[in-house]
Design a protein around this ligand. Structure first.
Ligand code: ARG
Length: 270
C-alpha cells in the first residue's frame, strides 16, 4: 500500500460560545434536549488543539450572540486557491452567519469574496476533492448554486443528490480523505449520484449506516491523519486498513445539532 502523506492545512474555526439547540432545522435537533455548554467548549478546544498538534494553522472568527449554529463555520463558505465564495443560508435562523464570515474573508484579503445569488451552504454541501468539487443538493444547497460556484472558482462541480433527511448536507454522508480518495454512505445518495461516485471513485471506502449516524463521515483529513468521531469504529478500521492514521475524538455534543468535526472546520486553501 502506498504511504499516505500529510500536507499542512489552514482552517477557520468559530468557538461554540453561544452554541445551543433552540430551533430545529434538521431531524437531529430537539430543542427540549439540553446541550452541555461546558462539554461542547471542551470538545471544540480539543479539536482546535488537535489541528495545531498536527502542525496545521487555525484561524478563529468571533462567535456572535443569537447565532447558536455559527460554530458550524464550514457551512459559511468555500475557499479554493485563495478565492472565496460566501454562503446564502436556506433558513432565516442562520442567515446572518454568512455576513460575518463574508466580512472575515474581505478583512483577510481573500480573492473575490462574493455572496452567491443561489442558496449555498458552503462546505456543508461543497466537498473539494483534488481538482473537482462534489456538490450536494436536495435539502439545503440549491442545485443552481453548483454552476455558480464552478464559474466563481473555475473548477469542475459534480452534482450529487441527497435523499436521506438525516444526511441533509453532503458532508454528513461523504468524507474527503485525500485528492483521490473518499469515504461515503451510498444509501444517502440518489441512484444516479451513486453511479457517478462509483464511476469516479472505484476504490472509495464504503461506510456503514452506524458510523454515518455518529457523523463519522464528517471527518477532516490532511492526506494522512484523519480527525474523526471516535464512535465510528468500523469506519476507523477501514480508513486504517487503507493506510491513513485515524485521530479519533469525542465530538458528540455537536451531534445534538446535526453537526460534527468537519462542520466546525472551514478549510482555507491558498
Ligand atoms: N444545526 C446546523 C444546521 O442544521 C448544523 C449544521 C452542521 N453542518 C453540516 N455541514 N452538517 O444547519
Amino acid at each position: 500500500m502506498s504511504a499516505r502523506r500529510a500536507t499542512k492545512r489552514a482552517y477557520l474555526m468559530c468557538p461554540p460560545t453561544y452554541f445551543d439547540v433552540v430551533y430545529s432545522i434538521n431531524d437531529w435537533m430537539h430543542p427540549d434536549e439540553p446541550v452541555d455548554a461546558g462539554r461542547a467548549m471542551r470538545q471544540w478546544e480539543l479539536l482546535r488543539r488537535t489541528y495545531l498538534d498536527l502542525g496545521h494553522e487555525v484561524a478563529v472568527i468571533d462567535a456572535e450572540p443569537g447565532l447558536p449554529d455559527m460554530v458550524f463555520v464550514t457551512d459559511s463558505g468555500v475557499v479554493v486557491d485563495g478565492v472565496a465564495m460566501g454562503a446564502r443560508y436556506r433558513s432565516a435562523q442562520r442567515a446572518a452567519e454568512a455576513d460575518y464570515v463574508l466580512r472575515w474573508f474581505v478583512e483577510h484579503d481573500f480573492v473575490r469574496p462574493t455572496r452567491p445569488d443561489f442558496i449555498n451552504e458552503g462546505e456543508g454541501d461543497f466537498l473539494v476533492v483534488g481538482d473537482v468539487i462534489l456538490a450536494g443538493t436536495g435539502f439545503r444547497t440549491d442545485e443552481r448554486a453548483h454552476a455558480e460556484l464552478g464559474a466563481h472558482l473555475d473548477r469542475e462541480v459534480v452534482t450529487l443528490r441527497l435523499v436521506n433527511r438525516h444526511y441533509y448536507h453532503a458532508n454528513t454522508a461523504l468524507g474527503v480523505l485525500d485528492d483521490h480518495t473518499i469515504a461515503y454512505l451510498p444509501q444517502a445518495f440518489a441512484p444516479e449520484s451513486r453511479a457517478e461516485l462509483e464511476r469516479r471513485y472505484p476504490d472509495a471506502i464504503i461506510a456503514e449506516e452506524d458510523d454515518a449516524a455518529w457523523l463519522g463521515l464528517n471527518l477532516v483529513s490532511d492526506g494522512k491523519n484523519v480527525v474523526i468521531a471516535a464512535q465510528a469504529t468500523a469506519l476507523i478500521a477501514k480508513i486504517t486498513a487503507a493506510g491513513f492514521t485515524p485521530v479519533p475524538l469525542d465530538y458528540s455534543e455537536f451531534r445534538k445539532s446535526g453537526g460534527g468535526i468537519k462542520c466546525c472546520t472551514l478549510e482555507l486553501r491558498t
